[in-house]
Design a binder for this molecule. Structure first.
Ligand SMILES: NC(=O)CC[C@H](N)C(=O)O
Length: 379
């Protein structure tokens, strides 16, 4: 039997920056942590969520009440470590059960020093965040907790997500290559702004050799790999700070190289084309978000993790220095822009996660569209 904090008696308290508090018990590491409080509606896929670098500096609240049921395996992580800065659950599994499970989730959180809290009414907390918006939060655990006023002051001193430039903190420092599976058909330069492991894998499955470059890569670095296409990844932080990738993308657009972006990559395309980005009240996070592909009219259920969005006109084409652009995808819950498609050159992006880790596979066709753009360029 592994020791577990899921039955822990160590007190913990969650303090929101507006002064609301929730009491519970320590889960994972014991200590104090800070971040932006956000909620995820995924019923499964907690390992993918925890290890998605886009969650850097966020404290994730799980709306699904039972977390940890399938333990922790060695196959599902999306990167080499847990990135969330804190984790909030209602009722952690006392005994994980799955053929792939190697250890319990609370053990893994402790091993990686991630402070969490359990026994919280995560529905009430989520409703609060939905009404008031995402905000800073602290989790404090231990037998001798500071006064509430002290904790609140610490929460209010933590950095905000708005204005945060975080890609370089999570991205690879060195270029690495993910080989094509089977016959190699294309080379893609992928700018790592916080890339999830499944993304190059989805490309590799389609015969693409993926050169994953650091967030600081220049256009020269990109073209040094002689790419058939260029990809801009997901990543943490505020897209309004991403001036360097925006400049690199403009170079790619001016050369008309096939281009695909996911999530942060979509926001960077928006900015490269001259649109603004803004912070959503509480964002989209989970694996059950309905999106419409306006080119086919089809509705897909998709995985999301974004707190910012592109401010582009939903109807009609907009003229940009790189030709006309249309909003290709919209979220059916709130009409947020979920994709951009250039009409006069081979470039597009989506705000959500076709790599589906975790999440439904409805949007896998987007990787095929990227392949078609690269084929079209060769024809
Ligand atoms: N998953 C992502 O790429 C997120 C993009 C950006 N950090 C946001 O919150 O909107």
């Amino acid at each position: 039997m592994t020791t577990s904090t899921s039955g822990s008696r160590i007190p913990a308290v969650l303090v929101l920056e507006d002064g609301r508090t929730f009491r519970g018990r320590a889960y994972g590491a014991v200590g104090a942590t800070f971040g932006e409080a956000v909620f995820s509606t995924g019923m499964t896929g907690y390992q993918e969520t925890l290890t998605d670098p886009s969650y850097h500096r966020q404290v994730v609240v799980m709306t699904a009440p039972h977390i940890g049921n399938t333990g922790v395996n060695d196959e599902d992580p999306e990167s080499a470590r847990i990135w969330v800065s804190g984790y909030v659950v209602r009722d952690p599994a006392r005994v994980p059960s799955n053929w792939r499970s190697r250890r319990s989730l609370d053990e893994e959180l402790r091993k990686q020093g991630v402070v969490g809290i359990s026994g919280v009414d995560t529905r009430a907390l989520t409703r609060h965040l939905r009404e008031r918006g995402a905000m800073r939060v602290g989790i404090f655990s231990g037998h001798a907790l500071p006064d509430e006023g002290v904790m609140l002051a610490e929460v209010r001193q933590a950095p905000e997500m708005k204005g945060a430039d975080l890609s370089a903190e999570v991205a690879t420092k060195e270029t690495y290559v993910v080989p094509a599976i089977g016959e190699k058909k294309f080379t893609v330069a992928a700018i790592d702004l916080g890339i999830k492991g499944m993304t190059p894998h989805r490309m590799a499955e389609r015969g693409i050799e993926v050169h994953v470059l650091p967030a600081t890569a220049t256009a020269e670095d990109v073209y040094a790999v002689a790419p058939d296409g260029v990809f801009f990844s997901n990543g943490p932080g505020d897209p309004s700070t991403a001036d360097h990738p925006v400049a690199v993308m403009r170079e790619v657009l001016s050369r008309k190289t096939p281009l695909f972006g996911i999530c942060f990559g979509n926001q960077i395309l928006g900015r490269a084309l001259g649109f603004g980005t803004y912070k959503l009240k509480y964002g989209h996070r989970g694996i059950n978000q309905p999106v419409q592909d306006r080119s086919t009219g089809k509705v897909e259920i998709t995985a999301h993790n974004h707190g910012f969005a592109v401010d582009a006109p939903l109807e009609g084409a907009t003229d940009t220095p790189y030709g006309r652009v249309e909003v290709s995808h919209v979220c059916l819950n709130d009409n947020v822009v979920e994709g951009l498609q250039l009409l006069d050159q081979p470039a597009f992006s989506v705000q959500y996660h076709p790599e589906a880790a975790a999440g439904p596979h409805d949007a896998a066709y987007l990787f095929d569209r990227f392949v078609s753009l690269m084929e079209g360029q060769r024809a």
